[in-house]
Design a protein around this ligand. Sequence first.
Ligand SMILES: [Zn+2]
Length: 125
Amino acid sequence: MFVIDADAGSLGGVGLSVVEWVLVAYFVCGLIFGTLCAFVAVNKGKGAVGWFTRGLFFNVAALLVLVLVEPSPMPFRPPPWGKVPTTYPPEPCPECDFENHPLHDECLGCGAEASPPEEPEVRRA
Ligand SMILES: [Zn+2]
């Protein structure tokens, strides 16, 4: 427990003044709201770094503004804390349901021919 030492103007034991404690609390709240803002921003198609900074300085006010703004158009929504995919998802074979590379031209499960939607980059090299 912290006891206010009226003579020294500090909270017990640690040696920080009341003003310093308020600054530490403000900084910790900033980190919490900055993280929340970055999380909400990514799920609304906004920049995470910019909204983390706003949350760091403006705390709950930045989070309220972010909740109220319209989300930006996104081609897809990543699941919360999910990894953003950088390639097509695997394609199941219509013959045997084996999950092949999205640009496969032959099923690795049954050998059936397939027509990839575009030429693989490896072949262009
Ligand atoms: Zn197959």
